[in-house]
Ligand binder design. Structure first.
Ligand code: SF4
Length: 227
């Protein structure tokens, strides 16, 4: 499979935020979100076999723990990444899959914890969510909306309501988008939507969502890769 990087860091998002995690970042994405902070994954990378990837994960975290399969869009390499996820599960890891929601997910092993995006209008990739993926979601999974403005928030609020998302999954995440030009300041000044405003909206509407911040962008320079 084509791999951009494998590294160990602190998980910055989801209900696993704050925990040590090995990230396996696959190369390539078929979407072009306006605020994407992973454009360096679109091309390049190195060919690595399943055995090489599993060995590197084991070197970084020999005693098990969290592994996140991410990208780019990892499910573009489904033929190789599904056996990788199964291998890591069999080795005792807790496996997270971070995916855009555009690719079918029915062949993802059941024990993998899926963190599935639903792209909002301002991402520039609206209507890309593969609706059949709703049926693959189960109680350990999470659904994430990255929000840039009020219109995104209203889209997300209505999607959650219409599909009773909070009853399908462990967590519905509402996360302010970060400017892809963010660098230096480790604060909310580069959030495209002020988290405080988002908090007010969630509270006013009693939305069953968890406000998520990408905590790695408050720990390290937001422009830093490999963290
Ligand atoms: S799906 Fe993810 S990697 Fe692909 S363009 Fe959007 S944010 Fe970037």
């Amino acid at each position: 499979m084509q791999i951009t990087e494998i590294y160990k860091s602190i998980q910055g998002e989801s209900t696993h935020a704050g925990l040590a995690c090995v990230f396996v970042r696959l190369t390539g994405c078929n979407l072009r979100c306006s605020w994407c902070d992973s454009e360096y994954t679109f091309t390049g990378g190195q060919r690595r076999t399943l055995e090489e990837v599993a060995a590197e994960v084991n070197r970084l975290s020999p005693d098990g723990g969290l592994v996140e399969i991410t990208g780019g869009e990892p499910m573009l390499q489904e033929r190789e990444v599904v056996p990788l996820m199964q291998r890591l599960l069999d080795a005792g890891y807790t496996v997270l899959l971070e995916t855009s929601g555009e690719r079918p997910l029915e062949r993802v092993p059941r024990q993998v914890l899926k963190i599935v995006d639903v792209k909002c209008p301002d991402s520039g990739e609206p209507d890309t969510f593969h609706m059949e993926n709703l049926e693959t979601l189960s109680s350990p999974d999470e659904v994430k909306f990255v929000l840039s403005d009020r219109a995104d928030y209203e889209f997300a609020r209505e999607f959650v309501k219409q599909h009773s998302l909070d009853r399908r999954v462990k967590a519905v995440l509402f996360s302010p988008a970060f400017s892809k030009d963010a660098r230096g300041a480790r604060d909310t000044s580069y959030c495209l939507l002020d988290p405080r405003e988002l908090a007010d909206w969630i509270l006013a509407d009693s939305v069953p969502a968890r406000l998520g911040l990408q905590i790695h962008k408050f720990i390290w320079d937001p422009a830093m890769k490999g963290v």
